[in-house]
Design a binder for this molecule. Sequence first.
Ligand code: SAM
Length: 482
Amino acid sequence: MAVYDPRSLKADEFINHEEIEETLKYADENRHNIELIDEILEKARPKKRGNGYVCSGLTHREASVLLACDIPEKEEKMFEIAEEIKLAYYGNRIVLFAPLYLSNYCINGCLYCPYHLKNKHIPRKKLTQEEVAKEVIALQDMGHKRLAIESGEDPVNNPIEYILECIDTIYSIKHKNGAIRRVNVNIAATTVENYKKLHDAGIGTYILFQETYHKDSYEELHPTGPKHDYAYHTEAMDRAMEGGIDDVGLGVLFGLEKYRYEFAGLLMHAEHLEAVHGVGPHTISVPRVKKAEDIDPDAFDNSISDEMFEKLTACIRLAVPYTGMIVSTRETEEVRSKMLRLGISQVSGGSRTSVGGYTQEERPHDTEQFDVSDQRTLDDVVRWLMQNGHIPSFCTACYRAGRTGDRFMSLCKSGQILNCCHPNALMTLTEYLVDYASEETRAIGYKMIEDELNKIPNPKVKETALQNIIDIKNSNRRDFRF
Ligand code: SAM
């Protein structure tokens, strides 16, 4: 039997089944232990230190107790602290991105994904470089600066060389005042050598969803193809880090397995990355299984209510305070609104999940990966964020200034966000407003920028930010950053 060891490089030792079972038992035993719950909540709360805040985070055991606790008053506290942590580390900024689907050719048999090999009625499509360029122009014309590229796994149709060529194309397109400045990559688990190539191509975050941490379920849900190998998939982030990628993004596809099991596994994965590499996950995504061509989400009987999903999000924020938390357009506007108060720091907007979808007038469904619940335009999402007190940010400065891995984490903890990320958000928002926004959004945005500039503590930074904003409005000069 494998023994739990967060420092081990073996999947069944750092995501240890027995430890998860023990954790769930401990959480059940303590779910009404008020004294312990109060202690855990107090530990999670941000503490002022110098100019910034320090949040200690929670262990997978502590966070599992909170998740199991159903006392309404304590749940309220969890939500409150989740928002406090988000504000302490990330301020009121929300980073925007869009997915770009490159190819739906896939040789895996994932039971929840319409791209699975046996699905013969989905048209298979892979973008040519000309088509990639057209999609990128369409995305730039919406105002996007940050993409997450997505592809099925197929070494013949989508080899790593194809992915690298697409990344080159994406970075090379400069249409009007537009540019894609950060390409995050969500492709199947691969070798250290391929991760090195992705790193050299200048990617931002390498994202790979675990789908489920439960090994037996994982093997059943991935009956065929290279993705069947649980250990290879689970150990992918260690290989990515060995290949030089410091920013990795975790995620679980909620609905496949029991959420409490997944929650403990996800936190153990984060603890493992910290223990081995000295830096935890740059982001954590919280996708839920959606209806898709050939896929009925009801076939998976572990779906969770919106309320539990929101609590789960808040508990992840309490446990892993520094991580960026992402919610996609799989969720409705209503759910996303609530989640923005519970720790989410990144959202997608105006997304299309079909291969070649951005260049088509009407939202195409034939090659779509899943139904998009939030179908609003990027402009609608930007305006909605501002109307709810969030600053939409198109900033990509950190990794371009070398602030990746632990350097990003230190920035988060140092309290320099108001002198760095905050003005960057305001400058990139100005770019969006000048180049792409509707009249209504622009008016709301300019007012917000005026108010938010006053929050920059360092007078020199404030003056420079203001000057840059004036420059953006009056010229074609772009891409200012601190
Ligand atoms: N092919 C890559 C891999 O195997 O990891 C990643 C790309 S895939 C396009 C991105 C993610 O979409 C998957 O990791 C999975 O979690 C999610 N996904 C697949 N089917 C889905 C569905 N029906 N509803 C919601 N998300 C889904």
